[in-house]
Design a protein around this ligand. Structure first.
Ligand code: FES
Length: 62
């Protein structure tokens, strides 16, 4: 995965920032939204953000 790829254009949030948020303790879409702002403007990226959250949570074994 390209961690520098932007997943949320509105907030300029990258895949890596979602990963960092999960590593910092976020385990749900809501917590990642709070931590990064991803998906809080137009919502078009929400499905993608959710997929990333699921992926990184699974990867971190939480
Ligand atoms: S692209 Fe993420 S809120 Fe608009």
């Amino acid at each position: 995965m390209n961690l520098d790829k932007i997943v949320c254009n509105c907030m300029s949030v990258t895949n890596g920032m979602i990963k960092d948020a999960v590593e910092a303790g976020a385990t749900t879409l809501e917590e990642v939204q709070e931590a990064t702002g991803a998906g809080t403007v137009c919502g078009a990226c929400l499905d993608d953000v959710q997929r990333l959250v699921d992926h990184f949570v699974a990867e971190s074994g939480k």
